[in-house]
Ligand binder design. Structure first.
Ligand code: ARG
Length: 253
């Protein structure tokens, strides 16, 4: 959803209530993870990943409200360098309006990818983007990828003030597409299982795998799902590798 979610005592939730089951991210483990905050509400509305030189990769649907009005840079604050939504880190306003994919389709949710840019001066580590060889092994059905975010910890629950992570198994695109009425294709990756999934507010954030030496590589962007953690409805992620040229074209990365 692109509805901003306001922080409200998430610690009242018990451990078993959490969709991203109870795994807080240590401070320096996912340093490229950012939160997108709405300046009008002050609340979290999406996640994102720093991919270098101040470029943040995120989801296109994050920037459109119900009236399909696109958010401007002045309405967005990028929170980086902290796992805590309330304190620490740096807050920056993007230097340009969001760049959303030209073929983003709100009905089919195709091409759910976007970029925003903050000043390259902000000290921030970057995530590397997956290459084709690594990708094919990382997205084989059943292998685990890691998703992270401050999103809601149950379907209609509260967001988390602490960055959480979960390991989600890749689901074959064919069965996933069937579940979603043919909406999913090879430009997307499905991952998750009953009770383990991303959820509202995690959108735009990273889905990552590990390379041969245990270094994290970005594979997907949180896009959508029917509810969260429902049996037979895995989370759907934008497949970064298929947008490699688009990213290169916009950012030179
Ligand atoms: N679209 C939602 C958002 O804007 C997140 C979707 C993820 N849902 C899921 N079940 N994996 O935050």
């Amino acid at each position: 959803t692109n509805q901003p979610l306001i922080v409200s005592s998430p610690d009242q939730l018990s451990e078993w209530d959490r969709i991203l089951p109870g795994k807080p991210v240590p401070e320096y483990e996912i340093p490229w993870q950012v939160a997108l905050l709405d300046t009008t509400y002050g609340g979290l509305f999406c996640g994102g990943t720093h991919i270098g030189e101040g470029w943040i990769l995120t989801a296109a649907h994050c920037f459109f409200d119900e009236e399909k009005q696109k958010l401007k840079k002045s309405q967005i604050v990028v929170l980086s360098g902290t796992t805590n939504l309330i304190w620490g880190g740096q807050r920056s306003v993007p230097v340009i309006d969001p760049i959303t994919h030209e073929d983003w389709n709100p009905e089919t949710k195709a091409n759910d990818i976007a970029l925003i840019r903050i000043s390259g001066e902000v000290p921030l580590e970057k995530a590397s983007l997956v290459d084709s060889v690594l990708e094919s092994s990382l997205i084989s059905a059943g292998s685990n990828l890691r998703v992270s975010g401050w999103g809601t910890t149950t379907e209609n629950g509260d967001i988390s003030t602490k960055l959480l992570k979960a390991d989600v198994p890749v689901v074959p695109t064919s069965s996933c597409s069937q579940a979603y009425g043919g909406m999913v294709n090879e430009n997307q990756i499905c991952a998750g299982k009953n009770g383990v999934d991303s959820c509202q507010g995690d959108s735009g954030g990273p889905l990552a795998g590990l390379d041969g030496v245990g270094k994290s590589v970005l594979v997907g962007v949180v896009s959508f799902g029917r509810g969260c953690g429902r049996e037979g409805f895995p989370g759907v992620y934008t497949r970064i590798f298929k947008y490699r040229d688009w990213i290169q074209d916009k950012t030179n990365i």
